[in-house]
Design a protein around this ligand. Structure first.
Ligand SMILES: *Cc1c(COP(=O)(O)O)cnc(C)c1O
Length: 503
């Protein structure tokens, strides 16, 4: 591609993307098509033998993507935990990939490496995590948590373990609450330790890890001759945004000499708010913290970040220096070689979008956007509580849960609960397919709930106020499909004190 062709195709693409961003609120959030339909749109052509001109190729591809995508940047995208991506990040990626530094080694990325070092420090500053700390960016929360877990294991087991592997005479133990994201199973399993190593610590009524239960389990394991290693706490759980009592857990880890890793993939940035709870601010006490800039720092996927209190631990965990790598200067000012600090060798310049975002919005801009997401989730929770056809579930950070309950049903009995779970499962699917909004789900106790998570700077109060109407309309449709009027409807127990529809 000649520089002139690049300029022309690039300008055209940017124009199209600017139009797309302007049109987002009018578009369906999701295409609502089946895998077969999407596959058919792509076509099953074989690998092209001959090339295609760049301009038409980009045009055609943009059409395909605009037609068949779920838009996480849509103001009514509230599914899973996926941040709306800042347009600045798009421009950052053009800059980053055009220059294409490789952040594995400093000599391949002099200024880019320094920018990543600064980015990691700024993220720590934003969270209130002590600097200097070590850290680096990675693909996302799972990988950041893996790195923190591996660092903790290495710190606990010492250098010998790198050659000899896990001790064979004692059973290693890892502690986590039941609400911990599923990365913990992957990490423990793929680290050759087996998931039976995990001690699942019960939570309280708000699904926060019980500190006393943790202490008792560690005491039992120690008495049995096991080898406690790492405690995994969560700052903002996936299902409900619960925050474990971090200061209490940190105290226990200090007492028993264990590594405290905090999964702040989602909730970490909320520690920057002036009104953040002491529990959340307690992430400053952790030995390692995972954060996900592609969630609440509004970066495009992929961007995860691990922070480690002692900068040397990462190098002790990951560094090998074969002869085909350059000598690391041992002088006064040795360059940072990121290949020594994590599992990756070649590394992209994902730091640029994060760094530009932090500069563009600043600490105050981010704090304002995060606080707004939390306020909007609270509003959604309150609106659900006030709607006669909705039942409010939980509100934590920017997550609200609720469910649809037809007016003629009284929740509580096994038969009705069973039906409500079926109905709300069907309803999530209908909402996602409708394109009007995008929610996901949470299962709390035995209840299947709709779950709204706002990590979205485009969501307005009007968007949130529109949600109950959408949910109850689609809920009535789902109910009518599952309980055709005139049949089983009459046999369901009625809700006390409410007028049941004539059916
Ligand atoms: C999202 C999330 C993860 C996984 O992060 P990815 O970026 O999807 O890999 C892990 N833990 C928590 C608490 C999360 O919210």
């Amino acid at each position: 591609m000649s520089p002139e062709a690049f300029r022309e195709a690039g300008h055209r693409l940017i124009d199209r993307m600017a139009d797309f961003l302007a049109s987002l609120p009018e578009r369906p959030v999701a295409p609502g098509r089946s895998p077969a339909e999407v596959r058919a749109a792509l076509g099953s052509g074989t690998l092209p033998a001959r090339g295609t001109e760049a301009g038409p190729l980009l045009d055609e591809t943009a059409d395909l993507l605009l037609e068949h995508s779920t838009f996480s940047g849509h103001p009514r995208f509230w599914g899973y935990i996926l941040g709306s991506a800042s347009p600045m990040g798009t421009l950052a990626d053009i800059l980053a990939t055009t220059i294409n530094p490789n952040l594995g080694g400093w000599m391949l990325s002099p200024i880019a490496t320094e920018i990543e070092v600064q980015t990691v420090r700024w993220i720590a500053e934003f969270l209130g995590y002590p600097t200097p700390c070590g850290g680096l960016l990675c693909s996302g929360g799972n990988m950041a948590n893996f790195i923190g877990f591996w660092a903790g294991r290495r710190a606990m087991l010492g250098e010998r373990f790198r050659r000899e592997g896990m001790p064979r005479d004692r059973e290693p133990r890892v502690y986590a609450s039941r609400e911990t994201h599923t990365w913990i199973q992957k990490a423990v399993d793929l680290s050759g330790m087996g998931t039976n190593t995990i001690r699942w610590i019960p939570g309280d009524d708000d699904m926060r890890m019980k500190a006393e239960a943790l202490r008792e389990q560690i005491e039992r394991d120690t008495a049995a001759g096991d080898l406690p290693l790492v405690v995994v706490a969560t700052a903002g759980t996936v299902s409900t945004g619960a925050v474990d009592p971090l200061p209490a857990l940190a105290g226990i880890c200090r007492e028993f000499g264990l590594w405290l890793h905090v999964d702040g993939a989602y909730g970490g940035p909320a520690a920057a708010l002036p009104g953040a709870s002491a529990d959340l601010k307690g992430l400053a006490l952790a030995d390692s913290v995972a954060v996900d800039p592609h969630k609440w720092l509004y970066n495009a996927v992929e961007a995860g970040c691990i922070l480690v209190r002692d900068p040397e631990v990462l190098r002790n965990t990951f560094s090998y220096t074969p002869s085909y790598y350059p000598e690391r200067n041992i002088g006064e000012d040795p360059p940072v070689m990121f290949y020594e600090y994590g599992p990756q060798n070649s590394r992209s310049f994902r730091a640029l979008k994060v760094w530009l975002g932090l500069r563009q919005a600043g600490r105050e801009g981010y704090a304002r956007m995060i606080a707004q997401d939390i306020a909007l989730a609270r509003l959604a929770y309150e609106l659900a509580g006030a709607d006669p056809e909705l039942e409010a579930g939980t509100h934590g950070l920017s997550i609200a849960t609720f469910r649809y309950v037809p007016r003629d049903l009284e929740p509580g009995s096994p038969a009705v609960e069973d039906y409500l779970n079926r109905l709300n499962r069907e309803l999530v699917d209908r909402i996602q397919k409708s394109g009007e909004a995008f929610l996901s789900n949470a299962v709390i106790g035995e209840r299947f709930l709709l779950r709204m998570c706002i990590v979205n700077f485009r969501t307005t109060e009007d968007d949130v106020r529109a949600l109950p109407g959408i949910v109850t309309r689609l809920g009535r449709e789902a109910d009518a499909a599952l309980r055709p009027p005139g049949r089983s409807r009459r046999r369901e127990p009625r809700r006390g004190g409410r007028s049941a529809p004539a059916g």
